[in-house]
Design a protein around this ligand. Sequence first.
Ligand code: HEM
Ligand SMILES: [Ca+2]
Length: 761
Amino acid sequence: EVDGTRSSDLLAQGSANATIPGSECPPESSCVRLLQCPDIDRMSIVRYLSRPPHLRPPSERRWENSVWRRCTLMNGEFTGICCRKHPVTDGDAKKPSLLSETSYHKQEQLLRRAEKIAFRELQKFLANDSAEDDASSNFHGGLPFPDDVLPAEMVREGLQDVLTWQALERISNGTVVEHFQRPKRCLVGPACEKGHSRYRRLDGRCNNIEPGGSLWGAAGYPMERLLPPAYGDGIWAPRIVAYSGRYLPSARKLSSTLFADLHHPHASCNVLFMQFGQFLAHDFSRNKVIKTSAKCCTEDGTSRVKDAFPGCMPIPVSSGDDFYSQHGVRCLHFMRSAVAPMRDCGSVGHGRQMSSVSHFIDGSAIYGTSDKQSHDLRAHEGGRLKSLFHRRFHNELPPLDRTKDACDPAADVCFLTGDGRSNQLISLVAVHTLFLREHNRLARELQKLNPHWKDGTLFQEARRIVIAQLQHIVYGEYLPKVVGPQYASLYRLHLSAPGTYSEFYHPHTNPSVSSEFTVAAFRFGHSTVPSKLDLKDGPVVTWHTFLNPTRFRERTFYDDLLSTLQHQPMQSVDELFSASITHFLNVKPGKEHGTDLAAINIQRGRDHAVRPYNDYRRLGGKPGAYSFDDFAPDVGPKLRALYAHPDDVDLYVGGILEPPVEGGVVGETFAEMIADQFSKFQRGDRYFYSNGPDSNPGHFTLPQLKEIQRMTMASLICGNAGEPHQMHVLVDAFALPHDNNRPIVCTAPEIPRLDLSWWKD
Ligand code: HEM
Ligand SMILES: [Ca+2]
């Protein structure tokens, strides 16, 4: 192993000699972090940085100042790169065409042959496919949830495309794939009305109306990449081989060796912070898997199914496993994420996973992502959403979901919301209930003020205010606690001043989530899940509440739970994970074990061919680990025993093991990736609540905006409490109580309330 001097890396944080004096950015470019420059070959920089400084090729050293012109951010504390403000549009097929080497006719022939091979491969599996309804069942495969948005044909087409690509590579001995263009199947976005729609669409389309941008961030649109994927075959084979050529360690082996279940409460954040994070995660991302009902492991879990469905990638469990061995389990189910059909001309020939919910922070977990879903959720009266309403209890809850297997068979009730995952955890149902109540509360108030408004207007106006409050809470209260003040300023994740419009919108910013962000960085939350919820009448083991929200029928349960969530500390982000999620995730009826979410996260990273941890450290301008000694002293030796080389460490593993940044809960690599993504959610959203009339066709008036900017999580909780005279709230609702954050009664004047009179026509 080579010992590099870590501090002298290019783009290193805080390094005094990182900038050449007088080298600030040329006109038409601005200084940004490397992750935010779409126009540059980030991978070549990362590759260069992966060599210790004295081994970097001199021929490439000249790039350091010409191609990658460095600049400083935050008074020299961080280094950035000069990036063109208006990037040259990508995908303009500047790649060399195959036509120069092979005739067009030959190219067509090869393609047709490859398509046939792929089709046969696929048929083989479809023939074995049971007629079982795929849109059901949390329990057959154990995971994940039914999905209603992306049609099965699209998934099949995506699968067929990658299989074709793989066949093409085989029959042309790998010479073709990189340059192959298939223009006849370009994915064409819908024509969007130029800027006139006052309300955002449910599916997220037409948020961007620039040419080629109408599908950015839309449900079903492929995820972006911070770095190119590390597919085993460059196309879709998962990343399973280590730097040394040997297999990477099993994801379960990593989870069981590195992660333990110990109590490590966070010093300042409460469980509501954890719970809000999951709710938010479900708003912006949902990995569509290829098939929900297929089985990858035998029923008894002792082995993998032979000739299983092509997306099966079960996780091997060793016979000496410290938990699963006692149940004889040697195989944990895992189905790969679906990939988008390759109709996107700009896309290269490799799998791109898709999100089946809109990527924007737009309340899609409340309202659904399709017209059909939203239609089913709406009351079609007074702009309200359907609900269960107990007048005596003053207890409004989401409507019941009667779909078979939507919850645990033991559950007496199960709720229907805009997102199929809402019954996962009892406290997640609470956050859904909160937003449902807020929507209906607003719709009722607006109706009183404007009796002439019809159902549709009331619905859309209430929705617009709910989304605005959600975004305001995310950027004002939640995110700064996740990434800490330094990364929040580095990525300019600020709010606009009260009563003033922001002009965050930047039409060249693609708001879509990246694979790396959804499969690794934002799953930091899994480490924050507590083993028990300290309910008023005694603690309950977390996994006992999975897919079973029955207790919501109790009169004061909702109020009591919200109080618990605020007073109980969440767990810290570290190598500790509750057994509720590493042993008992989605226990099937009659079984004494579930599955391991930490292992799934690692496996999901390999399924998406996310690159190893070190590459993302370098992308974030931090030195990579050249040796296992560069990791913390307690984890270095363990990692050495598991991985052959520091460049093999999975992103999720490396990221979760980093100590938290100052004032935040995650380590620097995840902080950088999360800050980057939320900056894109903000800059790439034309409808961002504080954007003014210059960009936002659904902007608020200045007095309305000022009202929304006063709102807090505490306001929402109090505005929707069952018993506001008895309910107490913390003004800083995501923080534990302390001297300056004492519980106060909801009716107290300190709790801001939304003055809707500004919405009177
Ligand atoms: C008890 C609490 C939780 C449970 C049981 C849970 C469970 C799950 C499951 C089963 C998946 C799908 C895994 C896969 O197949 O790849 C998932 C995905 C995810 N979770 Fe959690 N989760 C919890 C809390 C959280 C929290 C607190 C956060 C963030 C703060 C979070 C963020 C995510 C993200 C970003 C994904 C990826 C979503 C996607 O794109 O599909 N989760 N979680
Ligand atoms: Ca969304």
